[in-house]
Design a protein. Structure first.
Length: 462
């Protein structure tokens, strides 16, 4: 049994085999919650004094001691002890060393069950705020890149095959919309995390005249929990954050994949700045998109973290079970993956060198105008399905002769339909893009409008 040095020992670790103690201790990682834990303890102590549950002098000593402990941790001077299991007992033991008997009154009317639930909610709310800020930074970088290349044409793709010409800015705005949905999910998560569990006790509430609304106000919660059992057993807010983060990482992975493709010799649409490309140990010519590749790979890790918390919770009876200790490391890892990925991409995008000529050449020297030719025949009176078949045969003919559509003569066009006239020769990628003048389309005026609207949305969110 660990030697008792200061009047505080772990009630759950008492008498444990050393191996069991190491296995059950969480201080190695939950020390990260020290600010949230201290803030909760300060608010709790002030409430206890306000309600006459403990003396005001004791509360003042507790608050002063906790503030000093926070400073010790931030300086790196705090003596973390594994035998005390977790951040709660480590702080309480140190408080006992600093102020003596009064420290023992801090845990009145609370349990580590409602204490950790409070810490975790505060952490998730903060993580949502940080992620929202990082998403806005990446959205700003996307808009800057789109505006700087507003007239650049590229081939749009389906099935990774060149499909129709679009504006590069329009393509980038698709990611802006994805990130906007990610922001919405994080805001929703924050709203549901914004509920104070402290006061629920171990599971049944507390037999003291608590002012839970006071504690909620002190900590920045907008409401208190309605059911004490649910308050200590619930980790839905962790699931929601993990799910929102997994979706955001999926979007970032898609962007990463496109960057990997675009900077390859086969595409050549963009060039990575040296500060975001790495070399090869044996091939001097290589400029590898490692940053994008790692983002693509780390999306899978975040998916795993989501599955971990879902699996942990799926079979737990109410209320608290020690399994819930396993909610922390995957959550911390997700936060430590999502935020740097967002921030790194926000720095990578402005440093991209876009080859607009190469993009437009790829759009011109392919068969991306085939749909426009079908629409041309429809406007001449041909049913679309017939027009589709006619243009499919025309494209096969052009491919067989190794010609682009722009290389066909009027006679060749008329060989497939007498509806083709001289104006078909004027059809090009810019005319195709301009024709998509519908809300949400790739026409220049629509894209310019979308860029302005996106800027306004960012300002409103800020």
């Amino acid at each position: 049994m660990p030697e008792r040095k200061d009047g505080i020992e772990s009630p759950t670790a008492r008498g444990l085999d050393e191996r069991a103690l190491k296995y059950t201790a969480s201080i190695a990682y939950d020390r990260r919650l020290y600010r949230h834990d201290i803030a909760g303890s300060i608010a709790h102590a002030r409430m206890l004094a306000k309600q006459g549950i403990i003396a005001g002098d004791d509360a003042e000593s507790i608050v002063r001691g906790l503030e000093e402990i926070c400073e010790e941790i931030e300086r790196g001077d705090f003596p973390f002890r594994e035998e005390l299991e977790d951040i709660h007992l480590n702080i309480e033991a140190r408080l006992n060393e600093k102020i003596g008997e009064a420290a023992g009154r801090l845990h009145t009317a609370r349990s580590r069950n409602d204490q950790i639930a409070t810490d975790m909610r505060l952490f998730v709310m903060e993580a949502c705020d940080d992620a929202l800020l990082a998403i806005r930074g990446l959205q700003t970088a996307l808009l800057d890149l789109a505006e700087a290349n507003q007239g650049t044409i590229m081939p749009g793709y389906t099935h990774l095959q060149r499909a129709q010409p679009v504006l590069f800015a329009h393509h980038l705005l698709a990611y802006f919309e994805m990130l906007d949905r990610d922001s919405g999910r994080l805001r929703d998560c924050r709203l549901r995390a914004d509920e104070l569990p402290l006061g629920a006790g171990a599971l049944a509430g507390a037999p003291y005249p608590l002012d839970r609304e006071f504690v909620a106000s002190e900590l920045g919660f907008s409401r208190v929990s309605r059911n004490s059992i649910d308050a200590v057993a619930d980790r839905d807010f962790v699931i929601e954050f993990q799910a929102a983060a997994a979706t955001a990482m999926m979007h970032l992975s898609r962007l990463a994949e496109e960057i990997v493709l675009w900077c390859s010799d086969e595409f050549g649409f963009v060039r990575l700045a040296d500060m975001f490309a790495t070399g090869s140990s044996i091939m001097p010519q290589k400029r590898n998109p490692d940053v994008a590749e790692l983002a693509r790979g780390r999306a899978g890790r975040v998916y795993g973290n989501l599955m971990a918390i879902l699996t942990t919770l799926k079979g737990l009876p109410l209320a608290y079970n020690r399994d819930l200790q396993e909610d922390k490391q995957p959550l911390f890892d997700t936060v430590d993956t999502l935020l740097p990925t967002l921030e790194t991409f926000a720095a990578l995008l402005p440093a991209l060198r876009v080859d607009g000529e190469r993009m437009e050449e790829a759009a011109r020297n392919s068969y991306t105008l085939a749909t426009d030719l079908a629409d041309y025949l429809v406007r001449k009176g041909m049913p679309f399905r017939e027009a589709h078949q006619t243009v499919a045969e025309l494209v096969r003919y052009a491919e067989g002769d190794g010609k682009p559509l722009s290389g066909l003569s009027l006679e060749e066009y008329r060989g497939f339909s007498p509806l083709f006239d001289h104006d078909v020769l004027a059809l090009d990628v810019r005319a195709s893009i301009a024709a998509r003048d519908v809300p949400g389309g790739t026409a220049p005026s629509r894209v310019a409008e979308a860029l302005r609207t996106a800027r306004e949305r960012l300002k409103e969110d800020a």
